[in-house]
Design a protein around this ligand. Structure first.
Ligand code: PLP
Length: 414
């Protein structure tokens, strides 16, 4: 025992796998439950833990916010947010193009809380303005939408939400564009993330976050009264530690994925495909320029509207079947037929979730924008040899015989 290391000076933050923490006096728990837990102190894992704190600081910095809350998934984060800010009968305005799971969650909450929901095309600012009233409580949109990859003009939406007499909580899901888009700097009140995607960066863990003003976060975090601990679903210390350590590479990961996605989008566009990507459809305003960072990046996700569902399925299958030897990684598949995004590998799939949510009748469906049948989402990975990847991508397109693909020459570098 005498040889025990007294002071550990590792360069990385250790994991604190404690569900409970020793307090400095018998009266402390009561003090914490009544007055809140001071910064840097801990009581019980569900109220926060050292690894939670570490990741919150980094997320708040990245998003130019004051503080953050962490959850076991992105869906848990949006649920806590809606549940904390809405009461029975409230009015909310929601973008017509958002992630299928969030569509389902809003439809469920709308039914259970008898919410009045206006679904709007956020590209139509007149429609947004008409939908937002003095009684509206929350506006929800994605900075870059899933799966259509359309960009929200957060600054203009902010002007509408916070114009005279209106005090609408503007919430932006920034899952697709961390570091590219900074919604808080353009007037959003809360930024939400599915940490499962770019922040984690490896498709091996799930998480969710809300970032915003300290007063707002403190209200949701209060150990006795805060909706976050009352709902539960806190992010696990091991996952939080891993995500905090991976933060050092997020900039590179996002940049590489964006670069590749832009190249794929350009190849597809030149061949005449109907491609959705911020740097293309909004040549004049890439996502970052429109939403706060000035970055000339559009993120790692693009979508292609194939003429038919059959074409879309053939494309997904051909991408998945294309194997090659990557000089660094060895045997490598051009893409996995998988959902999710933000990882080393490229994922490709025929988007169905948003469509299915619209067809299910468990709760009265809301009029979200429909996703066409041949719609394919490509979530470009950040790893592997880029030139080889592009060459193989062109080869697959050329081999498909879909209108447009015949124009692609696999040997010509773009
Ligand atoms: N928001 C967006 C834009 C997403 O793409 C997803 C998941 O795909 C979510 C929220 C939900 O996050 P999670 O899967 O971590 O619950």
């Amino acid at each position: 025992m005498g040889n025990m290391v007294k002071k550990v000076t590792g360069v990385n933050t250790p994991i604190y796998p404690s569900s409970t923490f020793m307090v400095s006096g018998a009266r402390k728990p009561t003090e914490y439950f009544t007055q809140g837990i001071p910064d840097g102190e801990f009581l019980y894992q569900r109220f926060g833990h050292p690894n939670y704190k570490d990741l919150c600081v980094r997320l708040a910095c990245m998003e130019c916010g004051e503080d953050a809350l962490l959850f076991a998934s992105g869906m848990a984060a949006t649920f806590a947010l809606f549940f904390a800010t809405l009461s029975i009968g409230d009015h909310i305005v929601v973008s017509s193009r958002i992630y299928g799971g969030t569509r389902g969650q809003i439809a469920m909450l709308a039914h259970k809380l008898r919410l009045k929901v206006s679904i709007v095309d956020i590209a139509d600012l007149d429609a947004v303005s008409r939908a937002c009233t003095k009684k509206t409580k929350v506006f929800f949109a994605e900075s870059v939408s899933n799966p259509e990859v359309t960009v929200a003009d957060v600054a203009s939406i902010d002007r509408i939400c916070h114009s005279k007499g209106k005090n609408i909580l503007l919430v932006i899901d920034n899952t697709f564009t961390p570091l590219i888009v900074r919604p808080l700097t353009f007037g959003a009140d809360v930024v939400m993330h599915s940490l499962t995607k770019y922040v984690n960066g490896r498709s091996d863990a799930m998480g969710g976050a809300l970032v915003g003003k300290r007063s707002f976060i403190d209200t949701l975090r209060h150990p006795a009264l805060g909706e976050a601990p009352l709902i539960g679903g806190v992010l696990d210390p091991k996952v939080a530690q891993e995500m905090a350590e991976r933060f050092y590479q997020i900039e590179d990961r996002v940049e590489k994925a964006s670069e590749r996605a832009f190249q794929l989008a350009q190849i597809l566009k030149r061949a005449g495909f109907s491609v959705h990507y911020p740097m293309l459809s909004l040549d004049r305003c890439p996502a970052g320029v429109l939403c706060g960072t000035g970055k000339e990046q559009g993120g790692g996700v693009l979508s292609v509207a194939f003429p038919t569902e059959v074409d879309g399925v053939r494309f997904v299958e051909a991408m998945a079947a294309e194997m090659f030897d990557d000089p660094l990684l060895g045997p490598w598949s051009l893409a996995y037929p998988a959902v999710s995004l933000g990882s080393a590998h490229t994922y490709v799939w025929c988007t169905t979730e948003a469509r299915v949510q619209g067809e299910m009748k468990k709760w009265p469906p809301l009029p979200f924008a429909s996703v066409p049948n041949g719609f394919v989402r490509i979530a470009v990975g950040y790893a592997g040899d880029q030139a080889l990847f592009l060459l193989r991508f062109k080869k697959v397109l050329k081999g498909l015989g879909i209108p447009g693909s015949s124009l692609i020459d696999p040997m010509v570098q773009s």
